[in-house]
Structure formats: structure tokens, C-alpha cells
Design a binder for this molecule. Structure first.
Ligand code: UD1
Ligand code: MG
Length: 450
């Protein structure tokens, strides 16, 4: 056995009954990313030799989210101790001095805290080190029974605790570092809990102590260790994570006009001197380059925004929106699967779907790409320096050459060559004094009725 090697087991097989959901609990998202992925990303920063995810049957989504890590099947959900046992084969012969066990429903855990837990395991040369916390409301968390000499003697689940034990503020976060040497012998000794009939991982603390082994607890920030068991917990974790993302963005040089009203995703990427106005929602897959301004009430997901672009207010960028330098997207403009080249503008009341807009082209107010014929999607390709008149409808597929102009109110069904004018509307009819005659007629009719 070599020293200072790490393995990790992530428990994700629980049914998550308290979520009242058809989706496995660990796939519920925080800041657009499944809880399980949050946990795995944190562990990955420590560079373990092997990480095994324990999933239940019929959880294909869990295996997908666990990629590239192996998934061990826990055929029946017989408790957290039983779940660790299910990882035995996938973990292989333990060559790690420390095995981390982390619950998949603890998404706010940071790599830094995991690192200090592993360091504590090694420094104490302990059989088990449990990560403890003191939450404002200890509620249903297991309580840590610490001896006067500072060692940990047991974890008592809330359901099994005496009224005195329930007074204890120090709780089990569920995260443990276990010495590789003792892992399987301890796991094998767990017997079903008399009350619930489940194999509790938490029982290894008392089992190790009964053998005279060194068991410790180290404490970390309760906010970071909140376990998500219900939708209420999920919302609380989301709020904490959003606050973290906002602080990180500001530290990276982003101005947030009203941080509490701005929602970010775990994977949002920012350049410098980005300014984000109030009430902006940024979904997954968004990258925003230097000096971009996002004005209030904009909703953005799956978009790449190059430097100096101006977005909003009230803009909606949907997946596949790719904006080059200096693009302007104004109010009530929606983009989907659309590329706008440098300096292109769509400032008012427009839908651009499955479109390409060339450099410096101007899309007039009320322009619509008719991209869907009820069966398939079609592309609209607009060249460079095109001037699209207000209220143009492009019936895709259609291609507009460089420098072309479309007349306001046109329905463009045919390709336009470069520098041509596309006019597709009926000619106006003007009848002098007809308005006067109309009003006189109406007044006379109204008078008769009275
Ligand atoms: C557990 C701890 C409790 C701790 C709390 C912290 C035990 C017995 N209790 O309680 O001391 O304070 O977490 O959040 O460990 N899982 C499986 N297979 C199973 C059962 C659970 O993989 O058979 C997984 C779940 O998917 C979940 C994790 O283990 O990710 C924890 O299970 P959960 O039911 O949430 O335990 P808690 O009641 O929260
Ligand atoms: Mg839990």
C-alpha cells in the first residue's frame, strides 16, 4: 500500500422520498448543474485515484451525470453503510490511505474543506474523521457525541437520539475520511438499525471506537454542508450558491447593479468590466466577454457573447446564440440558434431563429424569421451591411446578399442578390377625403338609432 493516495465514494442511490419527485434526488439542479456534478467537481479538485458513484436501479440519468466515473449499483436501498459496501468491487483493492465518503445530496461542499478533512485524517492518523457542523437548526441531522478528550465516540441519528442528545448542536454533515486499512472491516461490522432496519454508515464511528481506534471530528461551515432532502432544502442551497456565484463574479471584475436580483449558473464565464443590470437571469452555457453590458430584465442561456456587446433591456438569448464584438440586441428581441457578426444590430421587437446575420447589418423593428413550417426548421442567411426594413418577415429558407435592403413590411420569400431591394407588400391605395365621408356616414347612422 502506498501512502497519500486518495479514493472517493459518492452515495447517490437514495430514493430521495422527501423530494416527492420522479427525478433521482442527486439530479436536481443547483445553479443549473445537478447536485451530483457539484459534488464530483469538488472531489475532482483533490485528484483522487478513483471515484465511485453508488446509484440505485433504474437511474440511467445518475450514471450519465457520473461520467467518466464508474457507477456501482446498490440494488436495494438499505442505508448509507450498505451503499458504501456496494462500491467495494468498483473501488478495487484499496491502495489509498484515505477513502472519502461524500453524500451526493451535499452540493455546497468545497474542495478546500475536503482537502482539510483529508489532511486531518492523515495528521491524526485516525481510522475515521467525520466532518461536523453546527447548523442553526440541527433538525434531523445525526448528532456527534464528542468525548472530553476531543475524540468522537459515536454518531446518533436524530430518530434514535435521547432528548439530551438532541440538544447537541454539533451534527454529522455526512462527509467522512476513512483510513483505507480499516474501511472494509468497519463496513462489514455494521448491523441493521433496530428502528429503521437500515445499515447506517454512521455506526462505523462507535464500531471503530469499540476497537480502540482513533476517531475524530473536524468542524466546517454549516452553510457549506447543508444536506438537501426536500424542495425547501433545495431552494435554501440554491440561495447560498447564488450568493457565492455573485461574489465570485464581482471579485473577477463584474459589476452587478443589484446582486440579489441577478441569477447566475455554475458554469457562467465572465471577462472583465462586464456590467449586469437588475433582474437578469443567466442560465447554463453562457460566456460573456470583456466590457459587455447586459441591461435589466434580460434572460440568457446557451449564448456566447463577445466583447463590447450590449444586450437588453428585456432581451432573450436562447441556446445557440453567438454574438460577435459590438453586437447590439435591444428590447423584446429573441434569438435562438442565431449568429450575429461584428457590429450587427437588432434593437427592437424581433425574433431571429436559425439565422446568420452578417457584419454591420441592421435588423429593423418587428423583424421575424419564419423558421418553422410546422415540420422542419429552416435557416435565414443575411449577408454583410444588409438593411432590413421594419416588420420584415423572412420566410426561411432564404438568403439575403450583402448590402441588400428589404422594404418595411415586406414578406421575403425569395433570395435577394447583393445590393438589391426586396419589396414584398401590396401597394398602398390612398382615397382623398374618404375619412371625412366615413365619419359623416357613421354620425348619421348613430343619430338614426338614437
Ligand atoms: C444522513 C446521515 C446523517 C447526516 C445527514 C447529513 C446516515 C444514517 N445519516 O442522513 O447522520 O446528518 O445525512 O446530510 O447516514 N443513500 C444511498 N443508499 C441508501 C441510502 C442513502 O446511496 O440506501 C445516499 C442518498 O442518495 C444520499 C445520501 O446517501 O445522497 C444520504 O442519504 P439520506 O437519506 O439523505 O440521509 P439523511 O437522512 O440525510
Ligand atoms: Mg440527506
Amino acid at each position: 500500500m502506498s501512502f497519500f493516495r486518495l479514493a472517493a465514494v459518492v452515495l447517490a442511490a437514495g430514493k430521495g422520498t422527501r423530494m416527492r419527485s420522479d427525478l433521482p434526488k442527486v439530479l436536481h439542479r443547483i445553479a443549473g448543474k445537478p447536485m451530483l456534478a457539484h459534488v464530483l467537481d469538488g472531489i475532482a479538485e483533490l485528484g483522487p485515484d478513483r471515484t465511485v458513484v453508488v446509484a440505485g436501479p433504474n437511474m440511467p440519468g445518475v450514471a450519465a451525470a457520473a461520467q467518466p466515473h464508474p457507477v456501482a449499483l446498490q440494488a436495494e436501498q438499505l442505508g448509507t453503510g450498505h451503499a458504501v459496501a456496494a462500491a467495494r468491487e468498483a473501488l478495487g483493492a484499496i491502495t489509498a490511505d484515505t477513502v472519502l465518503v461524500v453524500y451526493g445530496d451535499t452540493p455546497l461542499l468545497t474542495a478546500q474543506t475536503l482537502r482539510s478533512l483529508v489532511a486531518a485524517r492523515r495528521a491524526y492518523d485516525a481510522a475515521v474523521v467525520v466532518l461536523g457542523m453546527t447548523p442553526a437548526d440541527p433538525g434531523a441531522y445525526g448528532r456527534l457525541i464528542v468525548d472530553p478528550d476531543g475524540t468522537l465516540s459515536a454518531i446518533v441519528e436524530a430518530a434514535d437520539a435521547t432528548p439530551e442528545q438532541l440538544q447537541i448542536g454539533l451534527c454529522n454533515s455526512g462527509v467522512m475520511a476513512i483510513a483505507g486499512t480499516y474501511l472494509w472491516s468497519l463496513i462489514d461490522q455494521i448491523v441493521p438499525n433496530p428502528l429503521k432496519g437500515e445499515y447506517y454508515l454512521t455506526d462505523i464511528v462507535a464500531l471503530a471506537r469499540a476497537q480502540g481506534l482513533n476517531v475524530r471530528a473536524v468542524e466546517a461551515d454549516a452553510d457549506e454542508l447543508a444536506g438537501v432532502n426536500s424542495r425547501v432544502d433545495l431552494a435554501a442551497a440554491e440561495a447560498i450558491f447564488q450568493q457565492r456565484l455573485r461574489v465570485k463574479a464581482m471579485e473577477e471584475g463584474v459589476t452587478l447593479s443589484d446582486p440579489a436580483s441577478i441569477y447566475l449558473s455554475a458554469d457562467t464565464r465572465f471577462g472583465r468590466d462586464v456590467v449586469i443590470g437588475q433582474n437578469v437571469v443567466i442560465g447554463p452555457g453562457v460566456s460573456i466577454a470583456d466590457r459587455v453590458e447586459i441591461k435589466p430584465f434580460s434572460h440568457i442561456e446557451g449564448a456566447t457573447i463577445a466583447s463590447d456587446a450590449i444586450i437588453g433591456p428585456f432581451a432573450r438569448l436562447r441556446p445557440g446564440s453567438v454574438l460577435a464584438e459590438g453586437v447590439h440586441i435591444g428590447n423584446f428581441v429573441e434569438l435562438k440558434n442565431t449568429t450575429m457578426a461584428a457590429g450587427a444590430k437588432a434593437n427592437h421587437l424581433t425574433y431571429l431563429g436559425d439565422a446568420t446575420v452578417g457584419p454591420r447589418s441592421n435588423i429593423g423593428a418587428g423583424t421575424i424569421t419564419c423558421n418553422y413550417d410546422g415540420f422542419a426548421k429552416h435557416r435565414t442567411t443575411i449577408g454583410a451591411d444588409v438593411f432590413v426594413g421594419s416588420d420584415t418577415a423572412f420566410v426561411a429558407p432564404v438568403t439575403i446578399g450583402d448590402g441588400a435592403i428589404t422594404a418595411a413590411g415586406s414578406v421575403i420569400t425569395e433570395d435577394l442578390p447583393a445590393n438589391s431591394l426586396g419589396l414584398g407588400r401590396s401597394r398602398q391605395v390612398t382615397k382623398p377625403e374618404q375619412a371625412t365621408r366615413f365619419r359623416e356616414n357613421r354620425r348619421a347612422t348613430a343619430g338614426k338609432k338614437a
